[in-house]
Ligand binder design. Structure first.
Ligand SMILES: Cc1ncc(COP(=O)(O)O)c(C=O)c1O
Length: 431
C-alpha cells in the first residue's frame, strides 16, 4: 500500500500516477503493494530510490545477459559517448564492426540490417518477406509475442484456443484489414501447421516463429519441420530471435537447434540494453532494402533516426567479447539448471503443485504438473497462484514480474541462489 511506502518511492509515484497512464512504462505496471522506482543496478542486484535491494531476474526484459553496469559495457558506452552519441545518414565504425561480427557469428546472416527495437526488426522481416514473395499473409503461432505493431498483436494473449485462420485482436485500434493478412496455428503441432500451410501456400509469405515461445521450448522436430515445409512450399522461415539470440547459445537458437531460417530478428541481448536491433538473413532478401533500389517496385523501405546507433553498437561489441569467452554459456545454463532444481525442491517441500521450468537461462515458476508444450498447457495452468507467489517473492526482495518469464544472467551466483531459495521458501509459506 502506498501509505506504507518509504518516502522517495511514494513521492515519485504520486507524480507518475498523475502523468503516466496507470503509472506504467508500457503494458506492465506493478500493483501498489509491490511497486518501486529503480535507482541503480550493479551485477545481479538493483536498488530502488529508497535504497531497498532486489535480486534482478527481469534483466531489462532479457537484454542484460551480463547483468547491470558490466564494466566492459560501461567503458565502451562512455568511450563512444565522449566521441559522439548519435549519427545519422553516413556510417559509423562501431555499426560496421558489429555488422561484420554478426555476419560471421549468426548462421543465417549473409547480411544484416539495423533497426532500433525488436518490434521494428520483426516488422521489417515481415515486410521483406512480403516484398520478396509478392504474398501478403504471415503465419504466427497462438501465444507468440513478436512486438507492439499491429501485425504482431494477433492472438498473443488469446482468450480461447483454435482461432485459426485469422486469430484474435490483442489491442483496440487495430484496423480490421490487418487481420486478413495474418493467420495463426498452434505451437509445436507440426501436423496442424502442415495442413494450414498447404492450404494457404499461395497467399503465405512467411512463417514467423519463436524458438522458445515465451517459456515453451520448440521441439527440435517442430523447427526442423518448419524448415522443411518452407523449402517445399517456397514460404520463408523467419525465426524471431529477439529473446533467444545470443542467449540460448552464442549466435542464437539457430545454433542451438541447427536450423537456419531465411530471416531472423534480433534485439534485447543484441543491443546490450541500448537502442539497437537487427534483421539478419539471406543477402538476396535483405538487398531489397538497398537504397540504390529506391523506386523499384520491390524496394523495401528501412529507416530510423537511431538505426546503427554508435553507442549501442559499441556496447554490443564489448558485450560480445565477453560472451564469446570459452565456457560462458555452459556456465550460465548449468547455473540456470542448478537454480531451478533448488527452487523445485522448495516448491516440493511446501507441496505446491508448481514447477520451476527453464530452457537455458529463460525460466519461470509455473503452476502446472509438467513443462508446457503448447499454448493450451499455458492456459490450463493456475495463473493467479503463479502471480501471487511471484508477488510474495517481490515483497521479499526478488524482482521478477508477476506471472512473466524471467532470466538468469552471467552475474547470478551462489549468493543470489541462496537468497532466492530463502525468499522463495518464505513466499511459499506466506502463500
Ligand atoms: C520474441 C520477441 N520478439 C519481439 C519483441 C519485441 O521487442 P521490443 O520490445 O524490443 O520491441 C519481443 C519483446 O519482448 C520478444 O520477446
Amino acid at each position: 500500500m502506498d501509505t506504507l511506502m518509504p518516502t522517495a518511492n511514494a513521492e515519485l509515484y504520486a507524480i507518475a500516477d498523475r502523468v503516466l497512464p496507470g503509472a506504467g512504462l508500457g503494458s506492465y505496471a506493478l500493483a501498489k503493494d509491490i511497486r518501486f522506482v529503480f535507482a541503480e543496478g550493479h551485477g545481479a542486484r538493483i536498488k530502488d530510490v529508497d535504497g531497498r535491494e532486489f535480486i534482478d531476474y527481469v534483466g531489462g526484459a532479457g537484454a542484460l545477459i551480463l547483468g547491470h553496469s558490466h564494466p566492459a559495457v560501461v567503458e565502451a558506452v562512455q568511450r563512444q559517448a565522449a566521441k559522439g552519441l548519435h549519427m545519422f545518414g553516413t556510417l559509423n565504425e562501431p555499426a560496421i564492426r558489429l555488422a561484420e561480427r554478426l555476419v560471421s557469428d549468426i548462421p543465417c546472416a549473409e547480411k544484416i540490417a539495423y533497426a532500433t527495437t525488436g518490434s521494428e526488426a520483426t516488422q521489417y522481416a515481415m515486410r521483406l518477406a512480403r516484398a520478396f514473395t509478392g504474398k501478403d499473409m504471415i503465419l504466427k503461432f497462438e501465444g507468440a509475442y513478436h512486438g507492439n505493431h499491429d501485425y504482431a498483436l494477433t492472438s498473443t494473449f488469446p482468450k480461447s484456443l483454435g482461432n485459426d485462420p485469422h486469430g484474435q485482436d490483442d489491442t483496440a485500434g487495430r484496423p480490421a484489414g490487418i487481420r486478413q493478412t495474418m493467420c495463426v496455428a498452434p505451437y509445436n503441432d507440426l501436423d496442424t501447421l502442415r495442413r494450414i500451410v498447404l492450404d494457404k501456400k499461395d497467399e503465405l509469405a512467411a512463417i514467423l516463429v519463436e524458438p522458445v515461445q515465451r517459456i515453451i521450448p520448440a521441439k527440435r522436430e517442430f523447427l526442423e519441420g518448419i524448415r522443411k515445409l518452407c523449402d517445399e512450399t517456397g514460404v520463408l522461415m523467419i525465426l524471431d530471435e529477439v529473446v533467444t539470440g545470443f542467449r540460448l547459445a552464442y549466435g542464437g537458437a539457430q545454433v542451438h537447434y541447427g536450423v537456419t531460417p531465411d530471416l531472423a530478428s534480433f534485439g534485447k541481448v543484441i543491443g546490450a540494453g541500448g537502442p539497437l536491433a537487427v534483421v539478419a538473413g539471406r543477402a538476396d532478401i535483405l538487398d531489397l532494402s538497398d537504397p540504390a533500389r529506391k523506386g523499384a517496385p520491390d524496394y523495401v523501405y528501412f529507416n530510423g533516426t537511431l538505426h546503427g546507433s554508435p553507442v549501442a553498437a559499441a556496447a554490443t561489441l564489448a558485450m560480445l567479447d565477453t560472451l564469446s569467452e570459452a565456457g560462458t554459456y555452459d556456465r550460465l545454463n548449468a547455473f540456470a539448471d542448478e537454480a531451478c532444481a533448488a527452487c523445485q525442491a522448495v516448491l516440493d517441500r511446501h507441496g505446491l503443485p508448481a514447477i520451476a521450468e527453464n530452457t537455458g537461462s529463460l525460466w519461470q515458476i509455473l503452476f502446472m504438473k509438467d513443462g508446457p508444450v503448447s499454448q493450451a498447457d499455458m492456459m490450463a495452468g493456475d495463473a493467479a497462484a503463479m502471480r501471487k507467489l511471484d508477488s510474495e517473492c517481490m515483497k521479499r526482495g526478488i524482482y521478477a514480474l508477476p506471472g512473466v518469464r524471467r532470466f538468469f544472467a552471467t552475474v547470478h551466483g551462489e549468493r543470489e541462489l541462496e537468497d532466492t531459495v530463502r525468499i522463495l521458501d518464505e513466499a511459499c509459506r506466506a502463500l
